[in-house]
Design a protein around this ligand. Structure first.
Ligand SMILES: Nc1ncnc2c1ncn2[C@@H]1O[C@H](COP(=O)(O)OP(=O)(O)OP(=O)(O)O)[C@@H](O)[C@H]1O
Ligand SMILES: [Mg+2]
Length: 336
């Protein structure tokens, strides 16, 4: 029997993948399992290696080191078209001269599938655009084109659908709407989705599991709630939202809690939320003032009291770069 990767199904397993361009490592010793049927997001800042990772999964780049398996099948060097994998890019890439129907039918016809009409109509209904079947791509809005690109990928029933910033070209309102629809479609068809984005909110809304990437490596992986509530590094804490990081020293232990000394204030925090080695770290505090009828807003320099529920505190290593992953320029912090 000849080797046929197109039937490969199962978890996607990346093992110790490295991609070097000259002496630069775009992806650095990355090991990752993406469970079959999950919605997985690769989240990270510009240039951290997301697209490179996706291109290796798709077969458009070969890893310098490492292997890629789909279930039991090693697909590391399998040609892109022999992999049961489809990719949706940011810029739709529909064929301009073909109708929407023929765009979707393209892959089916090439594979000699018989019942093209039924298959195409099924996915056109799924993306709720059956009435546009006869139009050309330029006669569609950006969001509609993106849905057709998705339909064209799904119709091939790949084991794996790769999405590289598929909503990047859409305006905010349409992007939010498409996030919900994409998630719904993924559940409906039960495919594995690997979604690349640098938009935290997008990853948080859609993914079952998020891997936060930084400089070619995975900083932390977990459910959106895990990452948000219990970041393990300053990079993850800052990249996922605005965190207040205060320098302090661990001064004691109390059952399931540790006691930290923050400039003389003792606070207790859950041990399982501590990733500190000795100290936690410091930044300026950012507080959003609640709208409160009848109370004059604070002025810069006013003395204020702040409090928070200690169970929401987390602790990080004291030797980290406090601005890692944040969009705040450290020079601005110094000036204030
Ligand atoms: N063909 C190439 N030759 C040399 N360097 C490359 C090549 N492709 C990518 N790189 C570099 O590898 C790094 C990772 O690129 P990649 O496209 O994977 O980033 P990304 O996370 O997708 O970023 P973005 O959010 O901007 O799309 C970048 O520094 C990029 O310049
Ligand atoms: Mg990219």
């Amino acid at each position: 029997m000849s080797f046929d990767a197109s039937t490969a199904r199962g978890d996607l397993i990346l093992t110790r993948i490295t991609k070097e361009y000259g002496d630069f490592k775009a992806v650095d010793d990355l090991t990752l399992t993406i469970p079959k049927g999950s919605f997985f997001a690769l989240l990270g800042p510009y240039g951290c290696g997301k697209t490179t990772t996706l291109r290796m999964i798709a077969g458009l780049e070969e890893p310098t080191v490492g292997s890629i398996h789909l279930g039991e099948t090693d697909i590391t060097t399998t040609k892109p078209y022999q992999r049961p994998i489809n990719t949706v890019f940011q810029n739709y890439a529909l064929f301009p001269h073909l109708t929407i129907f023929e765009n979707i039918a393209f892959g089916l016809r090439r594979r000699g599938i018989k019942d093209v009409d039924a298959e195409v109509n099924k996915v056109l209904n799924l993306v709720e655009l059956p009435h546009l079947a006869g139009r050309k791509p330029t006669q569609l809005s950006g969001g509609q084109q993106q849905r057709i690109a998705l339909a064209r990928a799904i119709v091939n029933r790949p084991a794996l659908l790769l999405l590289d910033e598929p909503l990047g070209a859409l305006d905010l309102k349409l992007r939010r709407q498409m996030q919900i629809e994409l998630k719904w479609i993924q559940k409906e068809v039960g495919l594995t989705f690997v979604h690349v984005t640098h938009d935290q909110e997008e990853a948080m809304t859609m993914a079952d599991t998020i891997a936060v990437m930084n400089e070619g490596q995975i900083e932390q992986m977990g459910s959106p709630a895990d990452l948000y509530d219990n970041p393990e590094t300053a990079f993850v804490a800052n990249f996922l939202g605005q965190s207040n990081l205060i320098k302090g020293t661990i001064s004691g232990n109390d059952g399931d809690s540790i006691i930290a000394d923050l400039y003389g204030q003792k606070i207790s925090l859950p041990k399982k939320r501590s990733h500190a080695v000795d100290n936690s770290i410091y930044a300026e505090l950012i507080v959003f003032e609640q709208n409160d009828d009848g109370v004059a807003p604070f002025n810069k320099g006013d003395a204020v009291n702040i409090s928070w529920n200690p169970i929401f505190t987390f602790a990080l290593r004291g030797d980290e770069d406090v601005t890692a992953g944040s969009e705040v320029n450290p020079e601005v912090l110094d000036e204030e």
